[in-house]
Write a protein that binds this ligand. Structure first.
Ligand code: ADP
Length: 163
């Protein structure tokens, strides 16, 4: 079964990596789909985000690189899922606060995508509080985020700070 894990990944954090690892255990192929969230202004370009995801996957020895792929797309996630023949969408659930919008989105996607379902995965409790936006805020205030993101992402964020 092929799964599509859509998101902004601006940038990828250890929380996303946790979900990717779990998805790789469950599905034969996991496609990480970088998409534009109209509600979010991004720090990294699509190309940079794709590079950081690929590097993060490569630098993690415990991740099964063989069954992952990274793509970016515009438009509806369900259209891209159909285009690549993915049978299921993956989303991460951190807290009850994620639930309402994720639940609504999953139902829209099922309607729009001719029945495509969403599987929700929960990260390890040590990563449940992580988000790309909080990591960016910490960096903007001069904090160190090495423990929250893959090595290559910490380097990219520090590079941004220096600019
Ligand atoms: P989006 O703009 O689509 O929400 P994000 O990159 O913020 O993009 O999140 C993509 C997906 O990854 C979402 O399902 C989100 O809930 C999940 N996610 C983000 N951070 C974590 C985390 N720390 N633990 C589990 N899931 C997470």
């Amino acid at each position: 079964m092929k799964a599509l894990y859509p998101g902004s990944f601006d940038p990828i954090t250890n929380g996303h990596i946790d979900i990717i690892k779990q998805a790789c255990e469950l599905f034969e192929v996991v496609v990480i789909g970088i998409t534009k969230n109209p509600k979010k202004k991004t720090m990294f370009s699509l190309l940079e985000r794709a590079r950081l995801i690929r590097e993060s996957i490569t630098e993690d020895d415990t991740l099964r690189i063989a069954n992952t792929d990274v793509v970016s797309y515009a438009g509806l996630t369900v259209d891209h899922a159909n285009f690549i023949d993915a049978n299921i969408l993956i989303r991460g659930l951190r807290a009850i606060s994620d639930f309402e919008t994720e639940f609504q989105m999953a139902l829209y996607n099922r309607k729009l995508g001719s029945g495509i379902n969403t599987a929700f995965l929960i990260p390890d409790e040590t990563r449940v509080y992580l988000s790309s936006s909080s990591v960016k805020e910490i960096v903007a205030m001069g904090g160190i985020v090495d423990q929250f993101v893959p090595k290559c992402v910490a380097k990219a964020l520090n590079g941004r700070k220096a600019q």
